[in-house]
Ligand binder design. Sequence first.
Ligand SMILES: [Zn+2]
Ligand SMILES: [Zn+2]
Length: 549
Amino acid sequence: MSPSNQDSGAPWRGDQAPCVYCGQVIARAGERCPHCRTSFSLAVRRASREIVGPWFYLDPRNPSGRGVTFEMLIKMVEKGRLQADSIVRGPTTHQDWMYAAETPRLAKYLGLCPHCFASAKPEDTYCTSCQLNMNERPADCRPGVPADLAKPPYHPSAYEIEKELAHSVPSAAEEASGGPSEAAPASTAAAAVAAFAERPTPTPERTWPVLARPVARKPKMWVVFALTWATLIPLILLWVFAVPADWKERLFNRAPSSGTPTGSGGNATGPNGQSAPADPRVNEQLKEADRAAAAGDFGRAIAIYEDLVRKTGDRTWNARIQDLHAKQEQEDRHQRLAELRNRLKLAEQLAADHRYADALAILRNIAKEDRELLATINVSVLRMQAVIEEDAAKWRAEGEKRQKLAAQLGQAKQLADQGKLSESLAAYDQIAADFPAELIREKIDINQVCDTLRARIEAASKPPTPPTPPTPPTPSMTPAEIAAAVAKLVGEANTLEKGEKFGEALSKLEAVKNYERKFWPEGLENRIESIKAKKEALEFFGMGSDKRP
Ligand SMILES: [Zn+2]
Ligand SMILES: [Zn+2]
């Protein structure tokens, strides 16, 4: 990996390479990746290429897996492998990770509208509840449906941000190039990178969440005109014919005062001030903002207040806005920490399953700012990485030790099988000295094996059957019996001598000496001496197989 590592030691020349599916470095030869467990068979390799596409699903087993086609996602939904709480990204999320339930185009296959989570059918384009197009986000409303029939999305602030994002790229480009024409891509990219590097702060130019319906990304001027008039004419008619006279009067009287803030001159009318504005629309908005804040949707509450400031010019709301920003930041921090905690837990789980590379990949992917956030609660990702790396090294070393142990046990057993019992015993003793007892215990009961070996060695060193001592002469034996016993011994000795079993022959002749001298055959002592000499001669030439006395 070091820059000097250029030739023979370079990793790409070695017998390891990244897994084609998950990117973890593994042995080149193999039938299946030990990390993502995907087979390398030709059929699977081919199939994996056929389903390549722009959709990704977060698979803890293979966090860096390749993208698949939308059809593949649908198949996964049908097989139950992809569920509403699965995490996916793709063209309709602009490659942002999202829950499948929130993902345009996909959610309806899970029976949900991605905007309001009402039940939906795959064949529907527009949600029957919120009336939004379920294939996109931000989404167009069903054509011909009045705006007040449409319901707000379930997560309005996230939806608002999506709308801003849909517009922010061209506006950033305009700023960078100084004009609305084609922006220099490099400066756009630079702006995007800069935006990524900073913590997102909500821009003050938020759209009015209640009134603003999703707008087409690049509206043509005539469309804007047509839509404006199409909306205004019914409103005017409504104003003229339907609104009660006293309402008209009240609104008419208040209308000019919207230029001059209701609490102008003093700052008594703070966000929680007693002198609430009398304008029912403003009141309605304040209530809406309170509801949003209470529900934890600070983005929406802030947007409402900012719109109030813009419309009324009353800057006393700014304190409230700052307060909400602080709360939102805190909420963001909590959510971020909760999300990070889940990732750290997953890493811990993987490490516990000895899937260290996967665990480390998760930790490595934690961005710098997230590491800094974790450091504020005294969690060090680097320290976790170090611990897991240490565990991985230990596990690897133990694996090597196990392999070595298995090899040495094999050799020791082979020695025993070949009958080299004491060598085998020595090998087992060496193993007991070299390896930790608990590692050996996983394989064999070494004490029992050694005991068995020792017993076999002892048995082998004993003479198979000790020569039966000649029956001592008993006084009860008759001379005839003694003579017969001596004759038998001498006959046996003769046979043994002919067979060059001199030791055994000698012991027979020595046994004769146990009887009274008068029973000894003639020249017994000489015969014994001559057989001893023959035995020694044989032994001198290294052929003394018969070692018995
Ligand atoms: Zn793999
Ligand atoms: Zn809906």
